[in-house]
Design a protein around this ligand. Structure first.
Ligand code: ATP
Length: 360
């Protein structure tokens, strides 16, 4: 998918803006606080109904306004046009696809697959394991139709098992929850391991282009329970210790993965710039895997991701983005840093005090 037109009304600092976007890279340039990230947040509303920002994501409605709307015209790889819109006031959302109000917003979101990468993207490698689990699940949510309902059912059963543990419930009660958890847990685990293998095989081609010195990357899975036993055995085995701590200590909710390079470098040893490059490569790979399975390219939004990268690496990232064919929106405060020769090839939108204007 790619966005041809994006229209924004009353979102944060933006009163009204319309952007005609091009297929490849689209730069949003302007001073701090100008509204660049707000444009990406408008896309995020269409992708998920909320801001992608981990900090300061509330207050999207422009101060003093009662309603905000975001509209996008999308074109698919086979040239189908879809128009999606989201209207939001203080209490409710209303989504439209081709002018028709949708029953559930997920109908709208499914038309708008977009990945958002924040300035501290290196957290994917340096931050908590939860982020790496979410990363794998993003791909599965979008390509495996049964993943979301099974993941939800697993979460509900997990909560129930935890409350039985905390309330000192009987062994029979616990066994009943173990059975459901093990069935769904095995499927979740199997999907995630498959997804990791798909990501790894593409990553081994992509990452050495960005970081040739570290050798081939390898992804190692941490299962969440000892693989010498089945999940149902592991749950039964952990009963006493789980009762002591009051929660379930084994299962796919403890799933994780780590990255290691052939030269022995571990993910925690990467510099901030290297972690950013690696995270970016991982997201690009995720998009490629998505495209292989859905025959649709999702879109990418990079919020100030170039900061902290040296000029050579910025160049490599731009080349990689360009060759990926993924439509990308990139923000940056420093317009001089965009190679002027190259900027002739890509649209640059100047953002200032909430106004967005395409540079000629
Ligand atoms: N609800 C709101 N109503 C009106 N203005 C808002 C609201 N929320 C935030 N703002 C203003 O909108 C601007 C947000 O800008 P945004 O984060 O998009 O800037 P940016 O161009 O990405 O900046 P930076 O380069 O610093 O990341 C800020 O000036 C902020 O004061």
């Amino acid at each position: 998918m790619r966005i041809t037109t994006l229209r924004i009304e009353n979102l944060r600092i933006i009163q009204e803006a319309e952007l005609r976007l091009e297929p490849g890279l689209n730069w949003l340039v302007g001073p701090n606080g100008a509204g660049k990230t707000s444009v990406l947040e408008a896309c995020s509303l269409l992708a998920s109904g909320r801001s992608f920002r981990s900090v300061g994501s509330s207050n999207l409605l422009r101060a003093g306004c009662e309603r905000s709307t975001v509209f996008a015209e999308l074109v698919s790889v086979d040239d189908r046009v879809v128009r999606v819109g989201l209207e939001r006031d203080a209490n409710a959302y209303r989504g439209r696809v081709d002018g028709v109000v949708v029953r559930t917003l997920s109908e709208l979101f499914s038309h708008f697959p977009m990945v958002f990468v924040e300035p501290d993207s290196g957290q994917l490698l340096h931050g908590p394991g939860e982020l790496r689990r979410q990363f794998v699940d993003w791909g599965l949510f979008h390509v495996e139709p049964d993943f979301l309902p099974i993941w939800r059912r697993y979460q509900r059963a997990l909560q129930q098992r935890n409350s039985v543990l905390r309330s000192g419930g009987s062994r029979e009660e616990l066994l009943a929850w173990n059975t459901g958890l093990a069935d769904d847990g095995d499927r979740l685990h199997h999907w995630r391991v498959e997804q990791i293998r798909r990501i790894e095989s593409v990553l081994q081609v992509t990452l050495p282009v960005l970081m040739p010195d570290l050798g081939q990357p390898e992804l190692r899975v941490r299962s969440g329970w000892l693989q010498s036993m089945s999940l149902i055995e592991a749950l039964a085995n952990a009963e006493d210790s789980d009762r002591r701590v009051g929660y379930s200590t084994v299962g796919p909710h403890r799933f994780g993965w780590t990255l290691r390079f052939k030269d022995g470098t571990e993910q925690q040893q990467l510099s901030r710039g290297q972690a950013k490059l690696t995270a970016l490569a991982l997201w690009l790979v995720q998009l490629q895997v998505f495209r292989q399975r859905r025959e649709q390219a999702p879109m990418l939004a990079l919020d100030d991701v170039m900061a902290e990268l040296d000029p050579n690496n910025q160049r490599r990232v731009v080349d990689l983005l360009q060759s990926s064919g993924v439509q990308t929106l990139l923000t940056r405060a420093d317009s001089a840093a965009i190679d002027l020769q190259s900027s002739e090839k890509w649209p640059v939108f100047h953002v200032e005090q909430g106004r967005v204007q395409r540079q000629l």
